[in-house]
Design a protein. Structure first.
Length: 473
């Protein structure tokens, strides 16, 4: 990925290319400019001040181009210091007036697989005494609490363990839908599954309630079976693929996707695997997610692995932009669309992770946490659904308020800060040991995603049907 260029006074620049055309992005103004290659060369990686940038551009004979950008206000921050202060005040005040949007419901504390990288300890997380499954009473209490504090449009995501193992799955989903109707709330349901548990009744339920299903697959059979064996040590690929086919035919492409967890072992096989998937399931949505583990472990991503992952993402992204009429990245459509629209409309984002504010997670025992990544950490416990109230301890409020790119160490001099917005605090803790720490590996991944959002914006602006080039010079 092209290097970024940091300039003093909180001005950060990033040079990237699309179809042999160079572009310059300013992190503070959120503007993109088409630039000649000579100008791109002048914006060197060692530039750390506006004076040095001017000297470098004049030395390269592109001083006039720099002056033109200055005249257009290319380097003028979209947000003043007063604006930033006001947005932070609004963010802090949101604690008292928040509305929940997402409920992560861990309905199963059990799993029939023993994935090599599982952060959830087969659904038990760090609590060996956790119940195998969430009771219907807890499901009802969680739904009541969530919808009582929610916005009109809501999302409920079923997690585990393996959520489809729940012996009363159909009743649990009916309970959620019933409680949403009682509260006059619209709800979109989704589930992440290993794909090995499926029957006719489950399919009817999924179709009846329009549940979006993400099936975890980690590559060709031999690699998948190595990373995702059953509890008895057998392979799970054949059954997962069989059930993916059933879901695809019964629910349709809109409601079925595949999630691939990328590790050092399966990265070399993923290009071929993607083509295999798309041959069987035309235009299936596939999300490639890097494994989130502390460095030094056998399945952790090394620097070379991260570079390979970024290269794969960029390759697939280019395919999508070339192949689809709608310039969208099928890595994670909702996230990519948010990033794209914010750049296109020049809307800086101070924080993306809304831990405990518009999202909560309920464990099988009914305890509430800010997100699934912080599950079973009593530091961030937010009470229980049986209590009927939604408490917000000082630890959660403090983490929420500190989690922004204005005050977070390491973010201010990054060109992607208002797109990435600091990333995921649970991932930061898993990889670097602290919720608000920055990690070079994670930052590289976030910057890669940010660059693809920039490319999506460029492609949209360059198309004839878009006559107003908002956000691009």
């Amino acid at each position: 990925m092209p290097e970024s260029k940091s300039v003093s006074d909180n001005i950060t620049l990033h040079v990237f290319e699309w179809h042999n055309q160079a572009y310059l992005f300013c992190g503070e103004s959120m503007l993109i400019a088409r630039i000649p290659k000579s100008f791109a060369t002048a914006v060197r990686a060692d530039i750390r001040s506006r004076r040095d940038l001017t000297a470098s551009c004049e030395s390269a004979g592109v001083g006039r181009g720099l002056a033109e950008l200055e005249e257009m206000g290319f380097f003028k921050p979209q947000l003043s210091n007063d604006d930033l202060g006001g947005l932070l005040q609004q963010r802090n005040a949101f604690v008292d007036g928040r509305e929940l949007v997402v409920l992560q419901l861990v309905i199963s504390g059990s799993c029939n697989l023993s994935c090599r990288y599982c952060y959830a300890n087969q659904g038990a997380f760090n609590n060996k005494d956790a119940p195998a499954f969430m009771s219907l009473r807890t499901v009802r209490q969680a739904a009541e609490l969530f919808f009582a504090h929610s916005a009109k449009g809501t999302f409920v995501h079923l997690l585990g363990g393996e959520p489809l193992l729940h012996p009363q799955l159909l009743s649990a989903v009916d309970t959620i839908v019933h409680e949403s109707a009682k509260a006059s709330r619209q709800v979109a349901l989704s589930a992440t599954t290993n794909g090995t548990v499926l029957n006719g009744q489950i399919i009817v339920m999924l179709r009846k309630h329009s549940v979006r299903v993400s099936v975890s697959l980690d590559g060709p059979a031999e690699v998948h079976d190595m990373q995702r064996p059953t509890s008895s040590g057998r392979g799970s690929f054949a059954k997962a693929m069989e059930h993916l086919g059933q879901l695809w035919s019964e629910l349709g492409p809109e409601f079925v996707s595949v999630r691939v967890t990328c590790t050092p072992y399966n990265l070399p096989f993923l290009r071929a695997f993607l083509h295999e998937l798309r041959s069987a399931f035309r235009d299936i949505r596939v999300e490639f997610s890097p494994v989130v583990l502390p460095s030094g472990l056998p399945l952790s991503l090394s620097r070379s692995n991260v570079d390979e992952f970024v290269s794969l993402q960029r390759e697939l992204f280019n395919e999508e932009l070339t192949r689809l009429n709608d310039p969208r990245l099928r890595r994670d459509e909702a996230l990519q669309k948010l990033e794209h629209n914010r750049i296109y409309n020049r809307q800086p984002l101070l924080a993306k992770c809304e831990i405990g504010m518009n999202l909560i997670t309920v464990a099988p025992n009914g305890f509430i946490y800010p997100c699934v990544g912080l599950l079973q950490d009593d530091t961030y416990a937010m009470g229980t659904v049986a209590q009927g109230g939604l408490s917000c301890p000082v630890s959660v409020i403090s983490l929420y308020r500190q989690n922004n790119v204005v005050t977070r160490t390491g973010c201010q001099q990054c060109w992607a800060k208002y797109i990435c917005a600091g990333g995921c605090v649970a991932a930061s803790r898993a990889v670097a040991g602290k919720e608000l720490s920055t990690d070079a590996t994670m930052c590289t991944l976030y910057q890669s995603a940010a660059e693809m959002a920039l490319l999506s914006c460029v492609v949209k602006c360059e198309r004839p049907q878009f006559n107003t080039l908002t956000g691009i010079c």
